[in-house]
Design a protein around this ligand. Structure first.
Ligand code: CP
Length: 334
C-alpha cells in the first residue's frame, strides 16, 4: 500500500481484509512486525485521538514515531506559492515537508480545511500539494475533505456491533455547533456508509445541504454497493427505523468562509442537539456515533453520550486497531 487517502481507493473486500487484520492484531499481537520502522507525523491542525492512536499503533507493532506541529519550537512555516518570505515564516513547506518525510518510512499528514475557498477545500488542494512533496508512503490523517482513518474505524465499529451493511438504515445528521465546521468528517462518513451498502439519509436544516460533489460521490458508492442516499430536513421521517445516528456539524456551503453570514442563519437551530426524543421512531437499540471531540450540551446531551446507545469510545479505540492494520500492510516487509 503506497498511500491511504480515501476509502474510495479500496474495494469493499480490501476494507474487509484490513478490518480482519485489525482484529487479528488485537487478539494476536505482533510486537516486532514494524521493528526499525519510523512513522513521521505532521500535524498542521490539532488532535487528540489521531495523534495518540498512531503513536500507540506504531509502538504496539514495534516501530516508532516522531511528531512535528507548528506548536513545537519549529521555524514558522509558509505554505503559499510564489511568496517573498520577508515576514514571520522562516521556512517553506516545499523544503520542510520532504525533509520531515525523509526521516521516516511513511508519513501521516493532518491539514484541516482552511475554510476560505469552498472550491479549494472541495478539491483538497492543500493536502494534494503537501503529499506531492513526499516520496514515502503517506496517510491522510484528516484533510479538508476526507478523514479515511475515522471512516475505516467507524466501518469496523458497525461490523463489531453486528449492524448490517446492506439494508441497514444510517442517518448522518447535522448538529448545532457555534462555529462553521469542515466537510471532512461528513463527506467521509456519507461515502463510507454508502460504500458499506447502507440506506443513508442525510438529515440537515435548509441551508446546510452537503455540496453536490460530496453527495454525488456517495451516490456513486451507493449505486455500486446496493445502498441508497436520500436527503431531508424532516427529523421524524429520517429517524424512522434508524439503526445508526451519526452526528456532526458542517458549514453552510452558501456562506462558506463568511462566519458572520452563517451566524445570521443559525440562531433558530439550537434544537439540533441530539437528545432521547430524536430516537422515538428509531429502532430500540439504535446507536449514537460521533468521531469526537464532541461538545456536551451543544451537539448532544449528557444522557445520550452516557447511555448504552453511545459507541463513541469504541469508535475511538478502533482508530488505533485499524491504523495498526493499515501500517502493517503499508510497512511490513517494505
Ligand atoms: N476523531 C478525531 O480525528 O479526533 P482528533 O481530532 O482528536 O484526532
Amino acid at each position: 500500500m503506497k498511500f491511504f487517502n480515501d476509502l474510495a481507493d479500496f474495494s469493499a473486500a480490501e476494507i474487509d481484509e484490513l478490518i480482519t487484520l485489525a482484529r487479528r492484531l488485537d487478539t494476536n499481537p505482533e510486537p516486532r512486525a514494524l521493528e526499525g520502522k519510523v512513522l513521521s507525523l505532521l500535524f498542521l491542525s490539532p488532535s487528540l485521538r489521531t495523534l495518540i492512536s498512531f503513536q500507540s499503533a506504531m509502538a504496539k507493532l514495534g516501530g516508532s514515531t516522531f511528531v512535528i506541529s507548528p506548536e513545537m519550537s519549529i521555524h514558522g512555516l509558509e505554505s503559499r506559492s510564489g511568496i517573498v518570505m520577508d515576514g514571520v515564516a522562516a521556512e517553506h513547506v516545499r523544503e520542510a515537508v520532504p525533509v520531515i518525510a525523509s526521516y521516516g518510512n511513511a508519513i501521516g499528514i493532518r491539514a484541516f480545511a482552511k475554510r476560505e475557498s469552498l472550491d479549494d477545500d472541495l478539491a483538497d488542494r492543500e493536502f494534494r500539494e503537501l503529499v506531492s512533496l513526499v516520496e514515502t508512503p503517506y496517510i491522510n490523517m484528516e484533510s479538508a475533505i476526507n478523514h479515511p482513518c475515522q471512516s475505516l474505524a467507524d466501518w469496523k465499529t458497525m461490523d463489531d456491533l453486528g449492524i448490517p451493511g446492506n439494508g441497514g438504515k444510517f442517518v448522518l445528521s447535522w448538529t448545532w455547533h457555534p462555529r462553521p465546521m469542515p466537510f471532512a468528517v461528513p463527506a467521509a462518513t456519507v461515502h463510507m456508509a454508502a460504500m458499506r451498502g447502507m440506506d443513508v439519509t442525510v438529515l440537515r436544516p435548509e441551508g446546510f445541504e452537503l455540496p453536490d460533489v460530496i453527495m454525488d460521490k456517495a451516490r456513486q458508492a451507493a449505486a455500486m454497493s446496493g445502498g441508497s442516499i436520500t436527503e431531508t430536513d424532516d427529523r421524524n421521517s429520517a429517524m424512522q427505523d434508524c439503526e445508526v445516528l451519526y452526528v456532526n456539524s458542517w458549514a453552510s456551503p452558501h456562506h462558506y468562509g463568511d462566519r458572520r453570514a452563517e451566524e445570521q442563519i443559525k440562531p433558530e437551530l439550537h434544537d439540533w442537539c441530539v437528545d432521547e426524543p430524536w430516537f422515538e421512531n428509531a429502532n430500540c437499540d439504535s446507536r449514537f456515533m460521533h468521531c469526537l471531540p464532541v461538545r456536551r450540551g451543544v451537539t448532544v446531551t449528557d444522557r445520550i453520550l452516557d447511555s448504552s446507545r453511545s459507541v463513541v469510545i469504541a469508535e475511538a479505540r478502533n482508530r488505533m486497531l485499524v491504523q495498526m492494520a493499515l501500517l502493517h500492510q503499508m510497512l511490513s516487509g517494505s
